[in-house]
Write a protein that binds this ligand. Structure first.
Ligand code: ZN
Length: 75
């Protein structure tokens, strides 16, 4: 691999990865769970783990049951 290929290969980032893999890269192993229904999705779909550093709960509306509440972030 030439230097330019390396450079642009790296700069291309994760645009070519499937969604699930991008989410996993953003927040490896982290899940976002609703305490009121069965909603459970990769946290990376909604944000980067580093932006929620230390937080175990996030106040947000659940996409599944539509209720505003504290959603659990765990891994
Ligand atoms: Zn819910």
């Amino acid at each position: 691999m030439g230097f330019m290929a390396f450079l642009f290969g790296g700069a291309r980032g994760d645009a070519e990865l499937p969604d699930a893999e991008r989410w996993e890269k953003r927040a490896p192993g982290w899940r976002l769970r609703c305490r009121r229904c069965t909603f459970d999705e990769p946290f990376g779909k909604y944000g980067f783990r580093k932006y929620a550093c230390g937080a175990k709960f996030l106040l947000r509306r659940c996409p599944q049951c539509g209720r505003l509440g504290w959603m659990k972030v765990c891994r």
